[in-house]
Structures are given as C-alpha cells and as structure tokens.
Design a binder for this molecule. Structure first.
Ligand code: SAM
Length: 335
C-alpha cells in the first residue's frame, strides 16, 4: 500500500477534504435551491460505508481536515453512524479535525453526540436574526429552531462560526446587529459573497450582489479594522475589529486571490471529486469504489485526479456554468 501523501503538481499538499453527504436539505434558501427540487435517487448517492471508505482513503493519503457538508448533512438518515465511524481517525491522530457545515436546524438533536465523538468546531449558516426575514430567505426554515440548535452547540462546548451570505437589500441593515450578537454569543463570524446560482433570475442576482469590499467599508465606519495575515489556505481573509477584539472573515469565492495556497479538494454526494472550485474538471470515485472491495483502484483514481489539480481559477460573474456546479456542492465557501 502506497501511503505517500497527496501533493499536487504545484507542490501543494492536499490535506483538506470537503465531502457532501447528501443533496437534500430541509431549507430552500432562495440563493441556493429552487423550492421544488428534484433530488437524486438513493442509488446515486454514496452509501455511508462508501463515504467511510472514501474519507478513510483520503486520510491515509494525508488528509488532516475533513469537513462534512451537503445539502444539509444532518438530515441524511443515520449520518451519526458515519460520524461515529470516521471519528476513529481522530482517536489515532491520523485526522486532526473533523468538522461540519450545517444550517443548524438539527443541532439541538445532535450537538452533544458530535461533541462527544471529538468534533470541536462547526460552521453554522445564518443570514439574518429576524424571524420573518429568516422564513423568507430559507423558505422552509424557522429561526427559533436554529437558535435552539446554536444554544445546544454552545452547551456542548462546540466552537461556532457563523457564515452569513451578504445580500444587498436583505441583511445590509443587520451588519452591526450580527456582529454584536456574535460577540455576545462568543461566535466567530464570516461573510460570504453571494454567488450566481439557485433559481434567482439574473436581475435579482445582480440586485442581491453586495460586494464584500462594501461590507468592509460599512464595517469600518464603526470599527477599526486590522488585516490579519493568517490564512487557512482557503478563500477566507480575516480582519480584527480593534474595539471588540472580534475576528471577522470574508469569503469572496468570485475572486481568485486564494488559489495560490489551495490545499483542498471536494467530493460530491455522488462521489465526484472536484479539484478546483471554479473548474468543472472532476473524477468519478464512485465507480472504483463500487467495482472493487479493496481501495487500490480508488486510490489510483484519487492520485490521477490530484495530478490534474489546476493552479487556480478565475470566475466571471456572468458565467452560467458556475451555477450548475455550485448548486450541487456549494461547500467550498461556507466553509
Ligand atoms: N446546509 C449546510 C449549510 O447551510 O451550511 C451546508 C450546505 S450550504 C450549501 C453551504 C454554504 O453555502 C452556506 O453557508 C450557504 O449559505 C452557502 N451558499 C449557498 N448558496 C450560496 C450562494 N449562491 N452564494 C454564496 N453562498 C452560498
């Protein structure tokens, strides 16, 4: 067995994997999904066992950070079986971090179990603290349920980062409310620039586009911002608000200033490996998983794909192909 770690053609070690475990979600955020989604038939999805084999193979090949996402990962049936099983790699130290991006709706149910199996931090997506606006943007969500989930996460000792999509004319007026609320709750906060996807018409897309440079400018009216040099190798840049000491992140998926140190790849719930957020090139990992009981063919497919990882990407906001790709596995950002 060749355990040589994955290194891409630009000498970047690939140690961060994001895996989408379902395409389903209990919310229908307007910028993300159509209200009446056609979801994939079950046989298309990797089973929990296949997900375990896939993630374990990546971990053997040097992945140290595993982020589970979706759809909404916590609505996948028996997902805790997967989490419990994969957490064995935390115990051995082969995996440094197991984490989750969630809409928070199921956290009241699962936060304790997640903390008990070794999860330390989670990202929770939340765009507004106004119950009516929340119902509007998520179509099916209830703010109260998410707030209860967040309470449970806090009680369980999970460190929470809130991810907020910056939407012009929607949560512009809540900028400081969100910042203050996160400070009071002890949550980190990251803003995400909205990407062209979901079922928005083009007009609405452009209408809702609130560039993070403008968010930053608005923030600077009340706070002194200091740029932080630290980078997770991902698309987030951080500032410190000197008055409150808070660290605020900015994720601008449409710019490519984060490609240079890119250490991450993504796998969709059907087992497609994407080597780059902005490019369609992918590798099918489901076929080698299903055709073989051992993981040699899977490993070969992963290595071959990593050898094709591009140096970087460049988005054109009007590029329609982005939308198709992103709605299947919008996991690169929200981190
Ligand atoms: N259901 C989980 C959640 O809500 O965090 C995980 C999947 S969700 C697709 C991951 C992140 O993508 C969320 O923070 C969501 O707000 C963000 N997202 C979805 N559509 C987006 C878009 N068009 N532009 C920017 N971020 C988007």
């Amino acid at each position: 067995m060749d355990n040589t770690p994955l290194i891409d053609p630009f000498a970047r070690p690939i140690d961060y994997l994001r895996v989408s475990v379902t395409d389903r979600c209990d919310f229908r955020c307007t910028y993300c999904m159509a209200e009446h989604m056609q979801f994939l038939p079950k046989k298309e999805l990797l089973t929990l066992e296949e997900l375990d084999r896939l993630c374990s193979t990546f971990i053997r090949l040097g992945v140290k950070k595993l982020r589970i996402t979706g759809g909404e990962p916590l609505v996948r049936r028996d997902i805790m079986t997967f989490f419990r099983s994969i957490s064995r790699h935390l115990e051995t130290g082969d995996l440094r971090e197991l984490t989750l991006t969630t809409n928070g709706s199921q956290l009241a149910k699962f936060a304790d179990d997640l903390a008990a199996l070794g999860m330390k931090r989670i990202n929770v997506s939340l765009d507004t603290l106004d119950a009516d606006k929340f119902a509007k943007i998520t179509r099916w969500g209830r703010l109260e349920q998410v707030l209860k989930g967040l309470e449970a996460a806090k009680r369980a000792g999970l460190k929470v980062k809130i991810n907020t999509v910056a939407l012009k004319g929607f949560n512009e007026d809540e900028l400081f409310t969100l910042i203050d609320w996160c400070a009071a709750e002890g949550f980190d906060l990251t803003f995400i620039e909205v990407m062209p996807m979901g079922e928005m018409g083009d007009d609405l897309r452009l209408d809702q586009y609130w560039p993070l440079s403008d968010v930053r400018r608005a923030m600077a009216e009340r706070f002194t911002l200091t740029d932080l040099a630290e980078s997770t190798g991902g698309p987030a840049r951080y500032v410190r608000l000197e008055e409150s000491g808070q660290k605020i992140g900015f994720i601008t998926p449409l710019t490519h200033n984060f490609c240079e140190n890119c250490n991450r790849v993504r796998v969709t719930c059907t087992g497609e490996l994407f080597m780059c957020l902005g490019q369609e090139d992918n590798a099918d990992l489901r076929a080698p998983l299903r055709a073989n009981e051992d993981d040699a063919a899977l490993e070969a497919a992963i290595r071959e794909a990593i050898s094709r990882k591009p140096k970087g990407h460049d988005f054109d906001y009007s590029r329609q192909t982005v939308s198709g790709q992103m709605s299947r596995h919008m996991s690169h950002t929200g981190g």
